[in-house]
Design a protein around this ligand. Structure first.
Ligand code: LMR
Length: 398
């Protein structure tokens, strides 16, 4: 039956974790996947999560959630994206479902796009998270690209981005990273977001935000929602994928949210029912545990404050590691500029290293990262930053 099946290519991100796990070297370093580690390189369960689990342990059952998931969790999640006192929430203008983290939210949206705008394409930034390509490919939505990153400045290519928005056919779908762009760590400024929003308004484009790192750009989830708020002020009907993988450290719990702002409550009911219809044959209904953890934290002011403190703590440790990595490289006398390590934000540093240089890091130094040169700063620690800097220096100096 299956002789014709060839092995699938390795995933460019999760394949790195597989290779790391298979390496017996005691010196190995994993700066591949975007998953937070403490300064000892250990995975972290947030204290607010531990506390929420203690609270829910006694009273939870294992019943199915509705197809759209926990509406309690969804409501709290919408407040994070659209604002605590958003009229959109009060007026029930948002169609939203619990999703299997950010990936699941993007996938349900991509299927919805295909079903209800069958001729549309999706414009994806260059570069983007590699899985975005897989998601819209499997949903059979044709992909176009728009320019985003400037390899020379290692910053935003704003002029080209604006040009591409302008030249795309009116009414196109654009995938935007709400904050802490993955993989580049380069976000538009507030002023630039305003111009992007204006241009998209003029062209009647549809903005779909992937917000996988809310809290990791500035250390404050509220501030990291600014792009969404700007677009809303301009009256865009937007879509948004939210994830608690990173900012609550709930990676394996697969908890997130997909929301679509609608014209009115009637439209929102219809859209939500269709989103549920897409979820039902795919996974029926989402898992319950992570949703309970999230709703418990966000609806308890003390736990929410603890969470905000812990998010900031994670973001600050990463910022500290950016400084340390740059300083180490400069102290080694690297002739290259490493300013971008501290200019970029979020979990990742888009180092500018070539695939060949990355291959050398792996084969000679047991350092694992994606071949596009992305370093997950969340995997850098005071214990490995010197080793990492030295290896980077060695492979980039000639
Ligand atoms: C990453 O970019 O490393 C994360 O979003 C994890 C993933 O699923 O790829």
């Amino acid at each position: 039956w299956w002789n014709h099946v060839e092995p699938a290519p390795k995933d460019p991100i999760l394949g790195v974790t597989e290779a790391f796990l298979a390496d017996p070297s005691p010196h190995k370093v994993n700066v591949g996947v975007g998953a937070y580690r403490d300064d000892n390189g250990k995975p972290v369960v947030l204290e607010c999560v531990r506390e929420a689990e203690r609270i829910i342990a006694g009273n939870k059952n294992m019943e199915y959630l509705p197809m759209g998931g926990s509406m309690h969790m969804v409501e709290e999640t919408l407040k994070l994206a659209y604002g605590e006192n958003s009229d959109l929430i009060k007026d029930k203008k948002i169609a939203a479902i619990q999703a299997l983290s950010g990936t699941g939210a993007c996938r349900v949206f991509a299927d919805f796009q295909k079903r209800f705008k069958p001729d549309s394409h999706i414009y994806i930034p260059v570069p983007t998270w590699s899985n975005h390509h897989n998601i819209w490919r499997d949903a059979q939505v044709p992909q176009q690209t728009f320019r985003y990153y400037h390899p020379e400045t290692k910053g935003l290519d704003f002029a080209s981005l604006m040009e591409d928005l302008k030249n795309a056919p009116s009414g196109s779908f654009f995938l935007l990273h709400a904050c802490a762009h993955n993989p580049t760590g380069v976000d538009p400024t507030e002023e630039q977001w305003k111009e992007i929003s204006q241009q998209m308004k003029v062209k009647g484009h549809f903005p779909f935000f992937d917000m996988a790192y809310q809290g990791f750009a500035s250390g404050d989830p509220e501030r990291d929602a600014k792009a969404i708020r700007i677009f809303r002020e301009d009256g865009h009907l937007i879509g948004c994928a939210q994830s608690y993988a990173k900012n609550m450290g709930l990676y394996g719990q697969r908890v997130g949210c997909l929301s679509l702002v609608c014209d009115d409550d009637k439209q929102a009911i219809a859209v939500k029912s269709q989103l549920q219809q897409i979820a039902r044959p795919m996974y029926s209904n989402p898992p319950v545990h992570g949703a309970l953890v999230v709703s418990t934290i966000l609806s308890d002011p003390n736990l929410k404050n603890l969470w905000l403190k812990e998010v900031k703590g994670m973001a600050d440790r990463i910022i500290g590691m950016r400084t340390a990595l740059r300083e180490n490289l400069e102290n080694l006398g690297s002739p290259l500029s490493w300013e971008h390590i501290t200019n970029q934000i979020g979990m990742f540093c888009y180092s500018g290293m070539t695939p060949q240089q990355v291959d050398r890091l792996t084969s000679e130094y047991h350092i694992y990262m994606t071949r596009n040169g992305r370093i997950s700063m969340a995997g850098v620690t005071t214990g490995n930053v010197g080793y990492l800097a030295n290896a980077i220096h060695e492979v980039t100096k000639s």
